[in-house]
Design a protein around this ligand. Structure first.
Ligand code: GMT
Length: 377
């Protein structure tokens, strides 16, 4: 198949899923064309079946807001026509789904039919999409998509609750490439971060409000009073400064390292004992799955699609959003004995195996085939 993938190229989960999906499809012999404004950050190596088409334009002085959606639709028209794509797969509804619909209508005038699939990732529904400023366009473009997927059952329910949806929605969970996310022993690296008797906790996010990164600091402060430990805060975003200030107030700066954006997150997971994800809402929690692939259990909030990944007492625990005291108690429970920790680690990896790309990617291929067959009939 000749597949066009549209996504955000930045550090967010939707871009990671789209890029890893494209790489996986290319390895299986499909031709994959990424259409986006910058090279996706996980598109880090050459593959003969992968091409990248940049959406670029000069911003005219009249425009207060650069008309990215128009440029994207135009680029899609161009790539579909020139590369003879069979299908477009857009990740994150805003503005990719409406741009795809526009491209589809333009191509129809030229006698070309291009079906498009929209994968909803989370905040395009739960936060931004249902805002009145976007809702009519998001709803319309979901209903006009030839196929719609969500990354969890929870996100499917949220979509059906927030919009009037006439289209079928298929749930295809996020996935992990276990060949990349391997548990690598890094004892020397570990020694640089913590002493042998200390546990290492990790939080990875884009530090947006929805991630509640300050809760990580608050729970760590409580835990640190009872258990010698270090905390790695990975990523960057609007709430990072507040988190740093909170560490200063609580006088725990010695124990907390802010590492900023990191690409080789698997190396950080390799030295970590517990991942903390206290998000307000999380459609799936790809970072939690990445942690589990590296044998790291997860302590998270009981929100969104996280219960589809986390099993209490098996691969981690979930607590009500904002309940930092319970989080500290459960962290202690997981980390207090080597035996219990190694059991959690083993079980975290077993969960990750259920979301192996080798299991999930064929579900996308089956959907492409179904949509292509429908569009030909
Ligand atoms: O978490 C973010 O802010 C990034 C966002 C995105 O769209 O890039 O992540 C969403 O998509 C991920 C991949 O499907 C999911 O694993 C995340 O749970 C989801 N984030 C939220 O729902 C907050």
């Amino acid at each position: 198949m000749n597949i066009g993938i549209v996504c955000y190229p930045t550090y967010g989960g939707s871009g990671v899923v789209a890029t890893e999906l494209g790489k996986g499809l290319a390895l299986k012999g499909h031709s994959v064309h990424f259409i986006t404004y910058k090279q996706p950050f996980r598109l880090d190596s050459f593959h003969p079946n992968i091409s990248y088409h940049e959406v670029s334009f000069e911003n005219y002085a009249l425009f207060q807001y650069p008309p990215y959606e128009t440029a994207l639709a135009s680029r899609m028209v161009d790539v579909v026509q020139f590369e003879k794509l069979d299908i477009l797969h857009v990740h994150y509804a805003i503005p990719h789904a409406s741009a795809a619909y526009l491209a589809q209508q333009i191509l129809k005038e030229k006698g070309i039919h291009i079906p498009f699939i929209t994968t909803l990732h989370g905040t395009d529904i739960t936060l931004v999409g249902k805002d009145k400023s976007f809702l009519p366009v998001v709803e319309f473009s979901i209903n006009k998509s030839d196929g719609v997927t969500t990354v969890s059952h929870s996100l499917k329910n949220d979509t059906l609750q927030s919009f009037e949806i006439s289209n079928e929605i298929e749930v295809i969970h996020n996935f992990i490439n276990l060949e990349r996310f391997l548990k690598i022993e890094k004892p020397h690296f570990r020694k640089l971060v913590a002493q042998d008797h200390e546990r290492i906790l990790i939080h990875i996010s884009n530090f947006r409000k929805v991630k509640r990164a300050e809760d990580v600091i608050l729970m760590f402060d409580l835990l640190g009073k009872e258990m010698p430990s270090k905390l790695l805060m990975v990523g960057d975003g609007p709430e990072r400064q507040k988190c740093e200030e909170l560490c200063r107030e609580l006088k725990i700066c010695e124990a907390v390292k802010f590492l900023g954006k990191q690409e080789a997150v698997e190396e950080l997971f390799a030295i970590s004992d517990l991942m903390i994800l206290p998000s307000e809402s999380e459609s799936f929690g790809l970072a939690a799955l990445e942690a589990m692939a590296c044998h790291v259990p997860v302590l998270a909030s009981d929100a969104g699609g996280l219960p589809e990944l986390i099993e209490n007492g098996i691969n981690g625990y979930m607590c009500p959003v904002g309940d930092v005291s319970s989080m500290a108690l459960y962290a202690k429970k997981i980390l207090s004995s080597d035996e219990s920790l190694s059991q959690f680690k083993k079980q975290a990896y077993q969960t990750a195996q259920k979301f192996d790309i080798k299991i999930i990617l064929p579900q996308y291929e089956a959907l492409y085939n179904k949509i292509l067959a429908q569009s030909k009939s």
